[in-house]
Design a protein around this ligand. Sequence first.
Ligand SMILES: Cc1cc2nc3c(=O)[nH]c(=O)nc-3n(C[C@H](O)[C@H](O)[C@H](O)COP(=O)(O)OP(=O)(O)OC[C@H]3O[C@@H](n4cnc5c(N)ncnc54)[C@H](O)[C@@H]3O)c2cc1C
Length: 424
Amino acid sequence: MANLNAGNGKSGAILVVGGGIAGVTCAIEAAEAGFEAVLVEKAAYLGGHVAAFHRYFPKLCPPPCGLEINFRRIRNNPRVTVYTLAEIESLKGSPGNYEAVIRIAPRFVTSACTLCGECERVCPVEIPDAFNSGMTKTKAIRLPHRMAFPAQYVVERSACPEGCRLCADACRYNAIGLAQQETWKTLRVASVVLATGWEPYDAAKIDNLGFGQFSNVVTNVMLERLAAPDGPTRGKILRPSDGKPPRAVAFVQCAGSRDRNHLPYCSGVCCTASLKQAAYIRSQYPEAKITMFYIDLRTPGQLEEFAAKTIAANGVELIKGKVGKVQEQPGSRDLLVSAEDVLKGRKIAREYDLVVLAVGIVPQTGGLPAGVNLDEFGFAADGNPGVYAAGCVKRPAEVAVSIRDATGAALKAIECVAGRAHHG
Ligand SMILES: Cc1cc2nc3c(=O)[nH]c(=O)nc-3n(C[C@H](O)[C@H](O)[C@H](O)COP(=O)(O)OP(=O)(O)OC[C@H]3O[C@@H](n4cnc5c(N)ncnc54)[C@H](O)[C@@H]3O)c2cc1C
């Protein structure tokens, strides 16, 4: 059983920062090759974005299956130590000999928690549920999501009313410690892998596409939750404004990506993600009109076949052209999408009742130690021997590529333990 939120500093270990699919893979691969791995995750649970998806392309299987296999590997491997609610405060040293200080925020709930849920029932405070992209509320004391690993409640203490102890008083197992404090640990590690992933581009910054102004404009990240059985609508994709089934859905590609005013690069996975989501819509609404507005359809490598099959099987209408504006129709709250149809050489304006913005991927590098190399777009770049990057913090990538990348990073990190540091 892995040591969760416990453990001492180790020498010769590999430090992995970020517990998404890339970080989890890297830590497991290093540990299964016989090396100590310390996995530091800032959220209360492992899995990163993948944990919130309804299905994975290309196989369209539910993510909890793949994640659960990895969590079992962690549970069964004593060489992996996991710290959740943790971030790196400082990192100094050189390949083979780093000192990392990690800061661990209190969970306020101990491993004596049995998930009985009594604390949640009595908690009087509701906060936006980040796991559902803020589309629902959750209690200040909560299990972060149904399949969370570790399966342990957590308290958003900043939201608690002064002196409130209702959850602690209701807990029959004495598992709530509202006086818990932040702690620090100093680790000696031989190498570091940065796997802090991505965050969605803030769609509200793209003022012509109506996000934040019109409630029936949602992002691709929100659509994953709308389609998920444990999401805000229990898996039924409905218009946020009136809860009605959508009859016509537009996917707007490159929402922020490949745009000098926002993200100058291609976010790599959004075209395939939108096609996957078109399949979600079709499976619920056989009659719905589905249109994808795109600049170039980018579904590289083996995803080409997934794209061709998905377009054909789901009757997705493709319009090559950048969307210029999304406007709301007064009364119906339907959306008028204006674009240039490049192939037909004309301007078009079409009505939809749901618009999904395929927002781009932004590398999550806030909270990384000073001195980490970043490229011109803000992604983590290799170049420091002993400190490597893996997954979407390095470049936009799908899960399979992130996993392969993380396995390669584990090997570089292992070589460092063995005294052979490479430049990324
Ligand atoms: C809408 C959408 C749908 C997608 N669907 C698919 C799909 O169906 N199939 C597919 O193959 N790919 C899909 N992808 C791509 C997929 O999301 C990525 O491949 C995957 O998330 C990469 O994993 P990661 O571990 O690099 O990053 P993440 O999933 O972002 O995980 C990073 C982890 O690091 C943690 N972290 C961040 N900063 C710190 C810090 N300072 N300290 C400690 N921890 C930190 C985060 O909390 C997070 O847990 C999709 C992408 C989008 C945008």
